[in-house]
Structures are given as structure tokens and as C-alpha cells.
Design a protein around this ligand. Structure first.
Ligand SMILES: Nc1nc2c(ncn2[C@@H]2O[C@H](COP(=O)(O)OP(=O)(O)OP(=O)(O)O)[C@@H](O)[C@H]2O)c(=O)[nH]1
Ligand SMILES: [Zn+2]
Length: 381
């Protein structure tokens, strides 16, 4: 379907059926990251050629890659935002958008019609925590896309070395660097922000090595779903790359043993219980989150000379005193507290409130005590 330069007609959805004007269908975007050579392009090429009956836009935000599919798309026009695309038989479109912001993607959709899904491949050195907030928009802003999740590919053979390699240190985090402590590498940052981690190149390692990789990843990010692949061949797309709903569901909070692994010395996952809360306590929680995430100040903690903490991902759930279930979602300094968006609360979900933090140097501070002091006990029922 081609739209003219006026942009998409308001009342017609991607399938041609009438869509209500108040609730335009939003297109989910998945960010695909992974260290150099992990298999991102192999994965996206697989999706572009697989039979899945979906209209997927694969956007490559990298230039000069050696693979032909990317070479044919490499364009550069005086630093301007340029788009070039290639249509694929199965309804997919592969394109290279230099400026991958929301506006560039919306302009691509105006020209090519709406997609069912958008996959954005970042460069191997990208920090997904810098990209995700671009797609985290308030409904009020009328964006036509929403962030479905972050998928990080790791190379089973090289990931442990990448995590321990001082040369892979992330730039821009020097202020929190510890003179003798472990370094935070790009590999750490890509794993800590992930909603799904794909351990690729499993053909190159033994079962034992694979288990060590899995343990290390779980210790960094206790919330991510982990899949193991070879040649980036994924068994299914839903829940793996598409329909992740990583920012509107919190199912993984009930995983047993969450936040109990301390194998990785740099980044860890911690889990803090949350009581049933009154309005006042919810305001206190909100103030606590603002202090911790926006000001980097842990309430009740006296600043010392040691390194500061760095929070990459926040996810939580609690129950309000009136029975409503609330979710907490955050990436870096952005966070949101909202009602469980599903009409039917999951009956399997335990009614235990919990806040999970993923970040750096979390073990040096008592986040649990600080939060408990801030919100207090559950109200009497
Ligand atoms: N043995 C093995 N090789 C693989 C596998 N998946 C990908 N490769 C190879 O690994 C190399 C890198 O794969 P790419 O898909 O280009 O990786 P990438 O993440 O896009 O790499 P950059 O764009 O350079 O960051 C290619 O030569 C692939 O053929 C796998 O599961 N096993
Ligand atoms: Zn690539």
C-alpha cells in the first residue's frame, strides 16, 4: 500500500480495516544489539527471508558492514537524514536510516505504509540505554511507534572474554570508575539493558562453556529471557524478537532465585520487596525513585568516597491498598508507574510486590533498607 505525500489517511489501518481515530494502532519496535560479530546481521537476514506472513521493517543503523545486503544500502548524503530501502518478497522491507529517531521512522512509514513490526539493528558498540529512551514516549505525544523490547545477541565463544576485556570499557562512565575495580564493558551494558539475550554461535562451544555463559548473563541481568541459537536461527519470532511486551508486562519478576547471583563483579540484579501501599506510600515510592534515578542520591545514605551506583533497568509490581495492581518500568533515568494495562490480571501471578534493579555497584549500597525506610510498612487491612 502506498500513501501519498500527505501522510497516512487517519482512518485506515495497515490491513485496510477501519481503525478508530482515538486509538491509532501503534507499531512495536524491537532494538537488536550485540557486540561486534555476535550475529545481528545474520539474524536480521534470516528474518528478511523467512516465511512469516508479517510486514517487518528491518532498519540497519550501521554503515560499511561487509555483508552485501548492507553494502547495497549504504548511503550518505551530506550528513542529512536519508532513507533507502529494499523490498523483500515476503513483505519485509530492509532499510538503512541514518537518523534512527522516531521522526525518521515515521517518515519511512508515511512513504511505505505501516509495518506490523520494526526491528532496529544497532552498531556493535551501541549502548541500548541511549537508544531506548528515544522510543519511550508518552501516549499524549501521539507517537505511532512504541518500544517493545531490547534483544541482545552474544557470541557464545567470545562473550566471557568481552566481559573481562578492559579495552571494551564503555566511554562516558568514567566518573563512576573504580581505580582498581572491574571495568564495565560495552558487553555488560548491552546485556544489562536486554529483555531477551540470544546466546548465538552455540555450535562453537561445549555444554559446559555454554552453562558458564548462561550463568554469567543471568548474574548480570536476572530479568532477561535467555535463548540459545546457532546461525541466529530462531525457532519462532513471537516472544523472541516480536511481541516481547517488555515494557508493559512484569511476568519475569516471579522467577525463582531472582537477584541472588553474584558471579559478575560489575553489574548485578537486586530484588527488593514492596508492601501493599496507601496513596501516601505510593507518593513516597515515587519520590524515592526520582531521587535514586534522577539525582543519583540514595535516600538515607551518606555519600562517601566510593564509586556511585548506576541503574540501567528498573522493573516492579505492587498492589495498592484499594486492590489495584501497579507496574513500574524504567530504563536509565526514565521511569513510569502505571496500572496493570491488561484487563484480566494474570491469575498465576503471585500477589507479592517487588522492585528489581539492574545496574552497577548496587552491592555497595543498602537499597532495600533505604526503600523500606522511605515507604514504611503495609497499611493495616
Ligand atoms: N560458527 C558460527 N558462526 C556464525 C553464527 N552466527 C553468525 N556467524 C558468523 O559470524 C560472523 C559475524 O556475523 P554477523 O551476523 O555479521 O554479526 P554482526 O553482529 O552483524 O556483526 P557486526 O555488524 O560486525 O557487529 C559471520 O561470518 C557469520 O557468518 C553461528 O551461530 N555460528
Ligand atoms: Zn552486522
Amino acid at each position: 500500500m502506498d500513501w501519498d505525500d500527505e501522510g497516512p489517511p487517519d482512518l485506515v489501518g495497515a490491513g485496510g480495516e477501519l481503525a478508530s481515530e482515538e486509538t491509532p494502532v501503534k507499531v512495536p519496535i524491537t532494538i537488536v544489539t550485540g557486540y561486534l560479530g555476535a550475529g545481528k546481521t545474520t539474524l536480521l537476514n534470516y528474518i528478511l527471508t523467512a516465511e512469516h506472513g508479517k510486514k517487518i521493517a528491518v532498519i540497519m543503523n550501521e554503515f560499511g558492514d561487509s555483508l552485501d545486503i548492507e553494502k547495497s544500502l549504504t548511503i550518505n548524503k551530506d550528513g542529512e537524514s536519508v532513507e533507502e530501502w529494499m523490498e523483500v518478497g515476503n513483505g519485509c522491507i530492509c532499510c538503512s536510516v541514518k537518523d534512527t529517531g522516531v521522526a525518521a521512522i515515521e517518515s519511512l512509514m508515511e512513504k511505505k505504509g505501516k509495518f506490523d513490526y520494526i526491528l532496529l539493528e544497532t552498531t556493535g558498540l551501541a549502548d541500548p540505554g541511549n537508544i531506548a529512551p528515544m522510543f519511550w514516549m508518552d501516549d499524549g505525544l501521539g507517537s505511532t511507534i512504541y518500544l517493545d523490547g531490547i534483544v541482545t545477541l552474544v557470541d557464545a565463544k567470545n562473550i566471557l572474554r568481552s566481559l573481562d576485556d578492559p579495552a571494551g570499557k564503555v566511554e562516558g562512565h568514567e566518573e563512576t570508575d573504580d581505580a582498581h575495580g572491574p571495568v564495565m564493558t560495552t558487553a555488560h551494558v548491552q546485556i544489562s539493558h536486554a529483555d531477551v539475550v540470544v546466546i548465538n554461535k552455540s555450535d562453537l562451544v561445549s555444554e559446559l562453556e555454554l552453562q558458564a555463559v548462561r550463568d554469567r548473563i543471568e548474574s548480570i541481568n536476572g530479568l532477561a529471557k535467555i535463548f540459545v541459537t546457532s546461525q541466529s536461527v530462531v525457532p519462532h519470532l513471537e516472544g523472541f524478537l516480536l511481541d516481547l511486551h517488555a515494557y508493559d508486562s512484569v511476568k519475569e519478576l516471579d522467577r525463582p532465585g531472582l537477584g541472588h547471583s553474584h558471579i559478575d563483579k560489575t553489574i548485578s540484579t537486586i530484588s527488593i520487596p514492596l508492601p501493599i501501599m496507601t496513596e501516601t506510600q505510593q507518593s513516597a515510592l515515587d519520590a524515592w525513585l526520582r531521587s535514586v534515578l534522577w539525582e543519583n542520591v540514595l535516600p538515607g545514605h551518606t555519600p562517601s568516597d566510593g564509586p556511585a551506583y548506576d541503574i540501567h533497568r528498573v522493573k516492579g509490581r505492587f498492589f495498592a491498598h484499594d486492590g489495584r495492581e501497579k507496574f513500574i518500568q524504567g530504563v536509565r533515568e526514565i521511569f513510569d508507574v502505571f496500572d496493570n494495562p491488561s484487563e484480566q490480571p494474570d491469575p498465576d501471578v503471585s500477589r507479592v510486590g517487588k522492585l528489581v534493579l539492574i545496574g552497577r555497584h548496587l552491592d555497595r549500597f543498602d537499597f532495600g533498607k533505604s526503600l523500606a525506610d522511605a515507604v514504611g510498612e503495609a497499611p493495616p487491612t
